[in-house]
Ligand binder design. Sequence first.
Ligand SMILES: [Zn+2]
Length: 253
Amino acid sequence: MSESKAKQFSTRIEKLSDWIYAIDQQMVRAFVLVGEKRALCVDTGVNPIDIQAHIRSITDLPVTLCLTHSDRDHVANLDQFGEAFVHPAERPLLQSFPQVRFHEVREGDSFDLGGKRLTVVDCPGHTPGSIALLEEEEKVLFSGDTVSLGPVYLFGLYRDTKRYRETLCRLKQMAADGRFCTVYPCHNLCPVGPEILADLISCTDGILDGSISGKPAGLTGPGRENVQLYQSGRCGIYWEKPEKDRASFLTIS
Ligand SMILES: [Zn+2]
């Protein structure tokens, strides 16, 4: 493989509980959730793999695919599926997959796997149609990129920091109401507890009111020169100041 190709990550299957498996590609993980009658694949990873073979190494049950959102590190291998469930606000971002038949999911829709039911929770902000999946009996939340130690990407097209903050506050209230106790994120440490929601909220507050200063993020690639890392507690967010708010080094005489 030429060095000019994007960095490749190794893939391993990790069993996280009696029904929760991760297809772990180091910088991101997809999940395979196995019920008594069906399995649900949540996202499809970042590097090309034979994802169907990986799923078959976990279960022989029929598999449904649901995407938490459409960022590229969640949709590699999507073309190995004939159909997928996704929030309608993500559809414009998935036009490079004309061969996949997309079905819409929205808040309150659920996947009955037999003994396990995953219910869709709308989580706009990181992307317009980001969702999480809630299993109410075991009180676990599959959070996509919305809840993780991060750094959560909130720069560039389609991100909305204010809506992201509203989503975090709603999830924090759901956790306080006892709806979930454990969070399975696609990035960084997994699982984590809902207490990190307070860190993410204070991080977005600090970004929005200017009370947290960013540090150089060190991200490479076009359009990332002005991205900074903002941190609060255990969590981080990559964010970019609007151009009008950036320090200018021009002096006007
Ligand atoms: Zn993402």
